[in-house]
Structure formats: structure tokens, C-alpha cells
Design a protein. Structure first.
Lengths: 417, 700
């Protein structure tokens, strides 16, 4: 347990000090940490899912407040919570089915019990992935009798059956934890492979001799473009440098090393170049529930330019970037201002900031935001690991991944304190 | 490994609502330092208590240890003690507990290690940052004095360090050997010393060997630079994109607070939780607000303001460019601008604060006013409607009476490199709570000092301290003072007519003779020297009766060495003659005339030697005119007569005089005084060119 505390602290410090860069890495590490939390958590006999949810929530709350701007942390916490609920649900439905069965024949062998829930959990997960089934009203209603179903099973059980029932339940307890960990592993797997999954769709979107424009650097975009290149598509890429961090330079370097025809332009030249561009492909920091995008600074301008010239504006985002919150939510911190030193040289401007003379109040303000908000109407298409979607479809996708109960992770304790 | 030291109370003072030491420790932690020794001397108990209760002792991969000492008064003592304890074995980073930075130490450490491999004498790497000092006040934006550094541009070796340069002269003096030993050096005054030093273990033993080293810069750095026997070297590492500064005085407290609010220290900014600071949210215009504040709807919180947790703000109150601490209560119609209000302060209705620092627990009764630069120490009470005059400091304690010794101490303190923000805040919070209450009972406060109900003493300035106060205060230097300084600089400029202000930085090559820009200036100076020399030569000739030929020889050699023309010699010689005549005792104008004519007659041969051409003769006339106007007004009534005498003695020809007259025709009226005086004579010259000597002789 102290070891766990140490792990959580270490991760918290990393988040606080802004040492973690990139949502994919953050998402993955968050998922791994939560997996550890779940596996360490002792589960009581009754209401195991609640205990797990509490444990994940308490850690998740800390993680989210440590770096509120990195929305991927919150997304993963909510995803894990959702997984726990889903697994619990499938387990209890299976148990109810088992109960029905056991009422018919008491000496049903345990092997069947073991197989059944695993199958159902996997089936539910698979069904969720493939058919994009929303949490229907039915499942929500089903949830209510489930909670009462558990004590009912033990109470209704006869004295003779008490021993075998408790053994059965402890195995089911372990089952729940086991299943949740399995599912979290799957989630980690998903995060790991999201680049490939997105990149697979590249050929469907990039055509021969097209001109693609992108801004800044995104690993997803890089993989996407390279995947198209590998499939023998020949096209050109315009890279806007992405001031003030100039990550576009790195992307251009990387693209050239992979043999892509690349043109590097300044951010301000985007409008002039956009008429020659067939498609804008960019990465995102987060995708909000309304289909709006939080993206590296400068992208709103690119999106507006693209709209002006009717150029498709395509956003690539792994499913861990889907955020169930709306941008008007006060809990969403849309932006982070970084150090002005990225913009200008301190030494050169030091006399502008000499507070010993003049009014004593700073006359020079330097604003260096990290992100832009691109409203959904400017986005033509989202490409996630599950395929291409419209901005207006995002809320549906989100309903698949998150349960409505978890949208506010922090709220529970802030009202409590 | 890092060693770190600090002065107790000061590092616990809040900087943008976070104890200063948290900035330092958070930076060290994020820079990958694993072991920190906190050296505590005065108020060590407080610091140790604080650290123990903080989260710093429980960090993984980051160990904080305290070293306590009550008799170390300077950085030197502290380092000697650390050496004795034998806790540091490798390279270490030496900083004080009031450093705010976000630089990465990796590169500087690596450079230091690589240099060490090549040269075992490279014992220290100093971190510097570019920051221009003010041309007007000759102080950096952190309120410290202008710093001059000579650095070898190739090796980055520090060759010269002067932070107490006398700016009034506008000149600094470098050892000539610096130029001889180095192929090129660059001299900077736009570098800021960050007081972050990467040291080899030798530094500790050096301090032990030189038991009189106290101050890290004044003694140690300068000592090493001067000492060429051991050959220890100090190098510099300049940081560009990252931030580093040290809080030395109130001005730097103000400047660094503003830098933090402007996010130069990112990620150590109020809305990022780098230590236990509670979550503040950054809103528009650089407004940081904690989650739990009570703010009236009509209150206006202006730009670049930080409001701490649990603070209440009343109606129509306006706050701008300020930091308000935790748990403060601010009434209605209060105006706060550019001020730093610490925790649990009560400010009643209608108060006004301008560029002031208000410490914990202060109560300002309604209508009180703080003028710029005021510092209110812990738990002071300001009476109703009382106006605290600018730059005054108010404390519950009496000002130490032994001003001299105290100042001495403070000076030593300053020099120790572990400085209190001011002696005052240090001494005051030494004894915070208990004593205060006792004092309150025993002493009845004179109402006169801080208004009715006021509690505290106003400290007076130390002698000549007013200007110092201005320089180091939180308040900006007032406009009239600035105007005064600018005026002083302009005067200087007129006086010297050259760029006595050094360019921010420049590279001096040893073979460039500084000769480019100072032609005008130098020639002016040199002509004065030349005249003096000629005069001395002439006087010697007069007194020692040296023959004319020898004088000519001497004057010629002077002429060559000063690179002058014959005309200059003639002018100078004539000047010396007239001066001699003036200095020879005389009773009346006629006697003076007699003296002059005698001397001219006697030395006309000498003068004649340099009057080969008509131009030189004109020069003599002009010189004489100048003398009459300026240095020897006694001659002015005699101008024509002496001129005639010169003509008579054939020193000056008729043509020269006529030409002089022609030249003067275009001049101003004021310049024509002597032409007018000599009008008759010139007239006569024009009319009767030949053989009229007799007549004139009589008239003369």
C-alpha cells in the first residue's frame, strides 16, 4: 500500500511539474497507474464495484487536479470508472442468470459460472465497440435492481447453501477485479495502438497528388501521413511551423527523412497557401463532447482559412482524447499560458520590464497561450481509432465510452469538504 | 548533489503567497537535484519546523537535510562549517534560499564537469543572465548596482567582476595584464548575476584556507580573480530562455513577484501547483484568484493581481498589480495598487495603498493611507485617517539605537550573500507572537506616531539612506527624482562630450587603441596639456635664462610629441608671454603694458620663429583676442596698444592684421569689440602703409 502511495505521488509530481508531454503517454501512464490501484484495492464482500469506483475516484480526483489542462487524465479516469460499471453490470446480469439457473439446479458446477461471465464481459465490450451501442434506458433501469439483487441472493439462499454461495461470491469478487483489470489492459492496448488504427485509414483519405497542410507537430499526423506514403500514395505536405515552439520544424525533418515531399511555411502564410491545399490534417489536444477541438495554438486560424476556401479540415484524435465534458463547463480549463521566454528574449526586453522607473506597473504584457479552441462547425471530419465521424456525432461516441455518472469526478468531494 | 543555504525568516516570507523557499526547493527538485542541505543560521528553528511540516521531507528521490548553526554570520562561515562536517564530497550547487529559477542545471553541470576534466583549476561556474541595467539610475532591474564583468568570449572564463563600480565617474579600470594575457575579452554591463554557482569541492577548502573570506562575491570571487598563484579559474554559464533571479531587496521582491505573475518562471506560477499552494485559477488579464474568495460585485480587481484563499473584498474596492494573501479582510472603497499584502491583514474602509508591503496580521484602520514605498511590519496597527509618509518603515519594535553598529552588521550581512530582505523584517519576525503581546501591555503607544489607535514605531532612515531607500524600495523611483538623475547625466554628457556611458557590451581587442571615437575629446584635452607644457617650458626659459635656440628646440619636441602645428606653438607661446606679463607685479594698466611690451621685445625672436606664415600671425592675434575676452580681461583696454607694439616689433605684419580685420567683418557684433577698438589703428594701416613709425610712436 505505501508503495502504491509512492507511485501515485510520483505521478502527481510529474503532472504538477508539467513534466509529462503528449496526451498519449499521459493517458497510457494514467491507465497503468489506475490498473495498479485496482489490483491493490481490497474488495469487500458486498458492493465490490462501489469500492473499486471509490478507490479509482479518489486517485483520479488527485490526478485531475494536479494538471487540469491535460484532459486525457480525466478521460482515462472516467473510462476506467465506466469499465468498472460495465463489468459489474455484466457480472451481475450473469449472476442473475446464474441465480435463475441455480434456483433450478443448485449443484451447477463452478466451471460454467467461470466461463459465463468472462464471455459476457467480453461480449458486452465487443458489442460496445462494434455496434457503438449507447447506454440504453434499459440498462440504466436494469442497474437499479442489480444493486439490490446481490444481498437478495445471499438472504434468499437457504442455510444449507450458505457456504457454497459465499465461496461462489468470493470467486465472483475476484472475477470482477480480474475482469476490470483485463478490460483496463484492453484500454491500454487501445491507447498503444491508436496511432496504427488511425493510420490504417490514411489511404481512404489521402489521394494521389494531393497537397496536405498541417500545423505544428503531432505524432498521430506523422504516422497518418507516413502510412499513406507507405501505401505508395504520392502527395505533398505543407507544414506550418507552429510558432512559438516551432514543432513544425521537427515534423518537417521527420517527414523528409521518411521520403515525403515537404514544404515548410510560417504560420502567417497559411492563408496564402490554403488555396493550393486539398486537405488540412491536424492533431488535437482534446475533443470535447460538442465536437469542438482543443488544439495547438494557431489552428483556429487554419480552420477559418480552410473554411473560407472550402478545404476539408480533418482532425485526428485517438479515443483517449475524447472528453465527455462540454467546453462551457467551468471545470474545463481550456488553456494554459506558458512562459513568455518562448516568444522573446528576456535580456533584450529587460528594460521594458524595469519596474523601478515609470509607473511601476508592467507596460509590456506577453501572452503565450498553448491552445486554441476550434468550434465544431469548422471541423469537417474526425478520424478516431473507430473510424471517421462527424463533429455532431461525437456525443454519441462519448456516450459509448463514458457513463453519465462519472462526468464530474471532482464534484463529489469538493461538496464534501 | 546540491547544497543550499539560507537565512531563516526571510525564506519563509511569502512570495506571491508561497513561502520563498518553496520556489527554490521546487526548482531544485524539478532540476533533478537529489540531495539538498539547507543551512540555517538565525531563526533556524522556524525554518526547520516549517520544512518538517512541509511535504519536502517526504518526497521520493529528493532528500532535504538541515544543517543548523547559530554562530555563522556569513556565507564564508557557513561553507567552512559544511567543510568541517564533511557532508559534501562531489560537485555541488551553491544557492541561497531566496532564488527563483526554472533553469535546467543539466547543461551547466555538464559544462562544468567537462571543464574540470581538462583543467583541474576550474573550480566554479557562475550562472549569469542577460538583463540590461537602467542607464539612468545605474542599477539593475533587481535593484542591485550595475555589474561589470569581463569574460573571455571563447572560453567563457570570468576575468573581472565588479559590482561596486563608481558610476559617477563613468569609467572603470581594468588591469592591463588582462589585455596582455587574453587574445580577446568582452566587457559586459548587461549581465545579471543569478547567484547560482556550481562549485567543485575545492571551493569549500578554499574558504577554509582563507578564513577571512566572508562574502561569496566580494571576497571569494574577487579573491580568486586577483590571485594568480594558485591559478584557480571561474567560468560563467549564460542562460537564455530560462529564468533565474535572487531576492535581495524590496525592489527585487517587487520585480520577481511581477515576473512570476507574468509567468517568466513557468512552471512555477500561481496556477500550477508546484508545492502545497492551493489551486489558483488564472483568469483574463493575468488575474489569479483562489477558489474560495468573497468578492463584492462592485469590487474591481484589476490586471496582474493575485488573490489568496479566504480573502474577503468589499464594495467598490479596486485592486491592481498587487498580491493579496490568504485570509485578508478588505473593506469597502479601498484602493490598492502595486502592493503586497500578506496573510490575515485587515484593511478597513476607505484605505489607500500605493506600492507598499504589508506584513502578516497588520490592521489598517479606516481611511489610513500608505504612500509609495511604505513597509508595515508584522502586526502593526495604523490609526484612523493616518498617512504613513513614503518610504517609511513601521514596526512594533523600536529602531535599534546603535545605528552605526547595526548598519555595519547589515553590511556584513549583505556581503555574506545570504541577505535579509531588509534588516528590519528580519529582526521583527524574530520574535513574532509572544513578545508582541507583552509589549502591547507594557507600553502605551504614543498616539502621535501612528494616529489614534495606532501601534508601532516609524523607523527613520539611516544617514544618507534616502537615496538608498529609493533605489531598493518596492515603489518605482518617483518621476522628479528620475528627472533629476537624467539632468545629472545630461550635465555629465555636456561636460565630457563623449559616451562616458559604456555601451551595453562590446568586445575589446587588445590591439585596438580605443582611438576611434575619442578624437574630438582627446584633441581638446591634449591642446590644454600642450599649452601647459609650453607655458612651463617658457617660464623655465625666462627664469633660468635659457637661450632662444634651446627653447625653440624644446618647444619643437613638444610640438612633435603632441602632434601640433606651428600655429599652435605660436599661440601657446604668445599666451605664456602675456600670462607672464600679467603675473609680473604691476600697479596700473600702463605698467602692465610696459611688462607686456618688455617681454614681447625680449622674446620676439622666439615668437618670430613660429610665425613663418601669415596664418600663424593671425592665430596669434586671435589668441590674444580670446585671452582678452576670457582669461586675462586686464588686457582688453590695452588690446590696440599691444597689437601696435607687436606690429612695431615686426612680430606681426600689417597684412595679418588687415586680414584679421577682414575675417572679422562677417562675425557677430559681440566678436567685433576689439576690431572696433583697433579701428583707428587698422584705418591708419590701410591709409599709410609705409614709414609712419615716428608719428605713431609718439602717439603710443
Amino acid at each position: 500500500m505505501p508503495d502504491m502511495q509512492g507511485l501515485v505521488n510520483e505521478f502527481l509530481i510529474k503532472l504538477k511539474k508539467r513534466k509529462m508531454e503528449g496526451s498519449q503517454a499521459t493517458a497510457k501512464q494514467t491507465a497503468e497507474l489506475l490498473r495498479a490501484v485496482i489490483s491493490q484495492q481490497r474488495v469487500p464482500y458486498s458492493n465490490q464495484s462501489a469500492a473499486l469506483i471509490d478507490a479509482v475516484k479518489s486517485v483520479g480526483e488527485l490526478l485531475i487536479s494536479a494538471n487540469p489542462i491535460e484532459l486525457a487524465v480525466g478521460n482515462i479516469v472516467r473510462r476506467v470508472l465506466h469499465i468498472i460499471r460495465e463489468e459489474d453490470l455484466s457480472l451481475t446480469t450473469a449472476a442473475m442468470a446464474g441465480l435463475n439457473l441455480s434456483s433450478v439446479s443448485d449443484d451447477d458446477d463452478d466451471a460454467e459460472h467461470d466461463d459465463h461471465p468472462v464471455l459476457s464481459a467480453a461480449a458486452v465490450a465487443a458489442a460496445a465497440r462494434s455496434t457503438l451501442r449507447p447506454p440504453s434506458l434499459q440498462t440504466l433501469l436494469e442497474d437499479v435492481p442489480d444493486g439490490t439483487a446481490i444481498p437478495r441472493t445471499s438472504s434468499s439462499g437457504g442455510d444449507s447453501e450458505g457456504k457454497s454461495k459465499s465461496a461462489d461470491k468470493s470467486s465472483r469478487t475476484r472475477k470482477l477485479k480480474h475482469d476490470v483489470i483485463e478490460a483496463v489492459n484492453e484500454l491500454i492496448q487501445d491507447i498503444n495502438t491508436c496511432h496504427e488504427q488511425i493510420a490504417e485509414q490514411a489511404v481512404e483519405h489521402i489521394h494521389q497528388n494531393e497537397v496536405i497542410l498541417t500545423l505544428g507537430s503531432s505524432r498521430t499526423v506523422l504516422e497518418f501521413l507516413c502510412a499513406a506514403k507507405e501505401k505508395k500514395r504520392s502527395f505533398r505536405v505543407f507544414v506550418a511551423e507552429g510558432a512559438p515552439r516551432y514543432q513544425g520544424h521537427l515534423l518537417a525533418k521527420e517527414l523528409v527523412s521518411r521520403g515525403l515531399q515537404t514544404t515548410l511555411i510560417t504560420d502567417s502564410a497559411v492563408f496564402a497557401m490554403i488555396s493550393r491545399v486539398n486537405m488540412v490534417i491536424v492533431g488535437a489536444h482534446a475533443v470535447m463532447a460538442n465536437g469542438g477541438v482543443i488544439a495547438p495554438v494557431g489552428l483556429n486560424m487554419v480552420a477559418l482559412a480552410a473554411q473560407r476556401h472550402a478545404v476539408p479540415f480533418v482532425v485526428l484524435a485517438g479515443s483517449h482524447k475524447l472528453c465527455p465534458l462540454y467546453p462551457h463547463n467551468p471545470e474545463v480549463l481550456l488553456n494554459e499560458l506558458r512562459s513568455p521566454s518562448e516568444l522573446l528574449d528576456f535580456g533584450e526586453f529587460s528594460e521594458c520590464m524595469d519596474f523601478g522607473n515609470g509607473a511601476g506597473s508592467p507596460l509590456l504584457h506577453v501572452v503565450n497561450p498553448t491552445f486554441d479552441y476550434v468550434p465544431p462547425k469548422l471541423v469537417s471530419l474526425f478520424i478516431t481509432d473507430t473510424g471517421g465521424h462527424n463533429p455532431s456525432y461525437m456525443y454519441r461516441l462519448i456516450a459509448d465510452y463514458y457513463s453519465a455518472d462519472d462526468l464530474v469526478v471532482q464534484r463529489r468531494t469538493t461538496t464534501g469538504s | 548533489m546540491g547544497a543550499q543555504k539560507k537565512r531563516a525568516s526571510k525564506v519563509l516570507l511569502p512570495l506571491v503567497n508561497v513561502p520563498m523557499i518553496n520556489f527554490t526547493l521546487a526548482w531544485l527538485e524539478s532540476a533533478g537535484v537529489e540531495e539538498v542541505f539547507v543551512f540555517c543560521c538565525a531563526h533556524s528553528k522556524q525554518v526547520i519546523d516549517y520544512l518538517e511540516s512541509s511535504e519536502w521531507f517526504s518526497q521520493p528521490n529528493f532528500s532535504v537535510q538541515t544543517i543548523e548553526s547559530h554562530n555563522s554570520v556569513s556565507a564564508g562561515d557557513a561553507l567552512r562549517l559544511i567543510y568541517e562536517r564533511n557532508v559534501i564530497h562531489g560537485d555541488f550547487v551553491l544557492i541561497s534560499g531566496d532564488t527563483v529559477s526554472n533553469m535546467s542545471l543539466t547543461q551547466a553541470l555538464q559544462e562544468h564537469k567537462e571543464r574540470r576534466k581538462k583543467d583541474n583549476n576550474a573550480v566554479m561556474t557562475m550562472v549569469i543572465k542577460r538583463s540590461k541595467p537602467s542607464q539612468i539610475t545605474h542599477q539593475s532591474r533587481l535593484g542591485t548596482d550595475e555589474l561589470f564583468m569581463a569574460i573571455d568570449p571563447d572560453t567563457k572564463q570570468l576575468l573581472y567582476y565588479e559590482d561596486k563600480a563608481d558610476c559617477s565617474k563613468g569609467a572603470i579600470y581594468l588591469d592591463k595584464l588582462l589585455l596582455a594575457d587574453n587574445t580577446s575579452i568582452s566587457l559586459h554591463n548587461d549581465k545579471q548575476d543569478c547567484y547560482i554557482d556550481i562549485c567543485s569541492p575545492e571551493v569549500l577548502s578554499l574558504f577554509t584556507d582563507n578564513f577571512d573570506y566572508q562574502h561569496l562575491r566580494r571576497h571569494f570571487v574577487k579573491g580568486l580573480l586577483v590571485d594568480d598563484i594558485m591559478g584557480y579559474k571561474i567560468f560563467t554559464h549564460e542562460i537564455h530562455s530560462s529564468y533565474a533571479a535572487r531576492i535581495d531587496n524590496f525592489r527585487s521582491y517587487d520585480t520577481i513577484s511581477k515576473d512570476i505573475i507574468q509567468r517568466w518562471t513557468y512552471p512555477f506560477v500561481p496556477d500550477v501547483m508546484f508545492s502545497e499552494n492551493s489551486g489558483t485559477k488564472l483568469e483574463r488579464h493575468g488575474m489569479y484568484r483562489a477558489s474560495e474568495i468573497w468578492q463584492s460585485r462592485s469590487a474591481q480587481i484589476g490586471p496582474f493581481t493575485v488573490i489568496g484563499n479566504g480573502t474577503k473584498i468589499g464594495d467598490n474596492t479596486s485592486i491592481s498589480n498587487s498580491v493579496i494573501g490568504k485570509g485578508c479582510t478588505i473593506g469597502a472603497n479601498v484602493s490598492i495598487e502595486g502592493s503586497y499584502v500578506w496573510d490575515n491583514v485587515i484593511i478597513e474602509d476607505g484605505c489607500e495603498l500605493r506600492h507598499a508591503i504589508v506584513c502578516d496580521g497588520v490592521i489598517m484602520k479606516s481611511g489610513a493611507l500608505l504612500e509609495p514605498g511604505v513597509v508595515l511590519s508584522f502586526k502593526v496597527v495604523i490609526g484612523q485617517q493616518f498617512v504613513v509618509p513614503s518610504y517609511s518603515k513601521v514596526s512594533l519594535f523600536q529602531q535599534p539605537t546603535k545605528q552605526d553598529s547595526d548598519e555595519e552588521l547589515e553590511y556584513a550581512d549583505n556581503s555574506s550573500g545570504i541577505v535579509d530582505i531588509s534588516p528590519m523584517v528580519g529582526t521583527v519576525d524574530k520574535s513574532n507572537g509572544e513578545i508582541t503581546s507583552e509589549l502591547l501591555e507594557k507600553q502605551c503607544w504614543s498616539t502621535s506616531q501612528l494616529g489614534s489607535g495606532g501601534v508601532g514605531h516609524i523607523w527613520s532612515f539611516s544617514e544618507g539612506g534616502y537615496d538608498e531607500e529609493l533605489r531598493h524600495s518596492v515603489a518605482p523611483i518617483p518621476a522628479d527624482k528620475l528627472a533629476e538623475l537624467i539632468q545629472a547625466i545630461d550635465d555629465d554628457l555636456e561636460l565630457t562630450q563623449d559616451g562616458s556611458i559604456l555601451p551595453p557590451s562590446g568586445e575589446l581587442k587588445p590591439d585596438s587603441n580605443y582611438s576611434e571615437d575619442d578624437d574630438n575629446e582627446d584633441s581638446r584635452d591634449e591642446s590644454i596639456y600642450f599649452e601647459k607644457e609650453v607655458e612651463a617650458t617658457f617660464l623655465r626659459a625666462v627664469h633660468e635664462n635659457i637661450s632662444v635656440d634651446h627653447v625653440v628646440l624644446e618647444v619643437n619636441s613638444l610640438r612633435l610629441s603632441y602632434n601640433r602645428l606651428a600655429a599652435d606653438c605660436a599661440g601657446a607661446l604668445f599666451y605664456s608671454m602675456m600670462k607672464l606679463a600679467l603675473e609680473t607685479p604691476h600697479g596700473s594698466a600702463s605698467e602692465l603694458l610696459q611688462n607686456a611690451t618688455n617681454i614681447v621685445t625680449k622674446w620676439k625672436k622666439l615668437l618670430k620663429y613660429y610665425l613663418a606664415d601669415i596664418d600663424e600671425e593671425i592665430e596669434v592675434v586671435l589668441k590674444f583676442e580670446e585671452m582678452c575676452l576670457e582669461s586675462a580681461k586686464e588686457f582688453s583696454p590695452l588690446f590696440t596698444k599691444i597689437l601696435w607694439h607687436l606690429y612695431d616689433q615686426e612680430v606681426i605684419q600689417e597684412d595679418a592684421i588687415l586680414k584679421w580685420d577682414d575675417e572679422k567683418k562677417e562675425a557677430d557684433e559681440s566678436d567685433k569689440v576689439f576690431v572696433k577698438q583697433a579701428e583707428k589703428f587698422i584705418q591708419w594701416l590701410r591709409e599709410a602703409p609705409e614709414e609712419d613709425d615716428d608719428e605713431e610712436e609718439e602717439s603710443g
